[in-house]
Ligand binder design. Structure first.
Ligand SMILES: Nc1ncnc2c1ncn2[C@@H]1O[C@H](COP(=O)(O)OP(=O)(O)OP(=O)(O)O)[C@@H](O)[C@H]1O
Length: 274
């Protein structure tokens, strides 16, 4: 499938990815995200401390950091699944007007309904009140995008872990979200499946152009997929690092390895700042 966003992106493929992503025309519905002075406490536990962050529409941001540093809390607040204790969260459309984008999330576990077929699990992502025929057409298209066109009538129990996670991705994508949140979506997969899923996520992002926030423990995954990597440390942004290389990226690229080193140093608190 080729979209306008995809063609424009490739027209600029020899430019640094950071610039290309910013120049790329984000599709209708892709939203910019702005966080100002965002705080979150659970009782006396101050989990997020004054987060200021602007994510342009269509950008792919990865959030990494030590266990418990507040990554999932940040994602839950972005998705409206939790309330901040203080500060502001805004979404903006292409004209800079306040927006309420269609935002979807994929978790580490696929959370499929075992009594529904693959196709019907994806239809769930469209919500109620959609004409059944139109829903199945959209479902077929998105399952083809995630290379599961052959499995529409299959039961989740008969799929591999990677295939189940592709169904979960299809369920999130079927409604053409403007914002996609990914909470360690590949964490339970083996290394090879993980790499092919990374390629898939990168491809659908380039084709569909939604704004993406990925939480991951895998620094290599972050630099491979993202335009920009945020390191959280004790609820603060310790590093905000652009990854200025075109997509798709090759595993084993030494420039990416150098950036991985800086990010790891920032996570471990051994340097690596701006
Ligand atoms: N609902 C909650 N009630 C109380 N404390 C919470 C709640 N959710 C998260 N926390 C606390 O907030 C802190 C940050 O948790 P969070 O899940 O955001 O971290 P994380 O960086 O995503 O961790 P991990 O990498 O291990 O998933 C932790 O100390 C956690 O115990």
């Amino acid at each position: 499938m080729t979209s306008i966003a995809h063609e424009r992106f490739h027209a600029a493929a020899d430019e640094p990815a950071y610039e290309s992503a910013a120049k790329r025309i984000a599709p209708a519905g892709a939203a910019a995200i702005s966080l100002t002075g965002l705080e979150k406490s659970f009782g006396t536990n101050r989990v997020l401390r004054g987060i200021n962050l602007h994510i342009p529409a269509g950008q792919f941001v990865a959030v990494i950091g030590k266990s418990g540093c507040g990554k999932s809390t940040l994602l839950r607040i972005l998705m409206g699944l939790d309330e901040p204790s203080a500060g502001e969260l805004h979404f903006e459309d292409a004209e800079g007007a306040q927006a309420s984008p269609n935002a979807r999330i994929v978790f580490q576990e696929p959370r499929l309904l075992p009594w529904l077929s693959v196709a019907d699990n994806v239809v769930v992502g469209l919500g109620d009140g959609i004409d059944r025929r139109a829903a199945l057409k959209a479902t077929e298209a998105v399952l083809a995008e995630v290379q599961l066109g052959e499995k529409t009538g299959e039961w989740p129990a008969r799929l591999s872990g990677g295939q189940r996670q592709r169904v979960a991705l299809a369920r999130a994508l079927v409604s053409r979200p403007g914002v996609l949140a990914l909470d360690e979506p590949l964490g339970a997969l083996d290394a090879l499946t993980r790499i092919s899923m990374q390629e898939l996520i990168n491809r659908v992002w380039r084709e569909l152009g939604f704004t993406t926030v990925l939480v991951t423990h895998d620094v290599s995954e972050a630099v491979h997929l993202a335009d920009r990597v945020i390191v959280l440390d004790e609820g603060r942004i310790a590093l905000d690092l652009p990854i200025p290389y075109p997509h798709p990226r090759r595993h084993g690229n030494p420039d990416l390895a150098e950036l991985e080193g800086r990010l790891l140093a920032a996570i471990l608190g051994t340097g690596g700042g701006h």
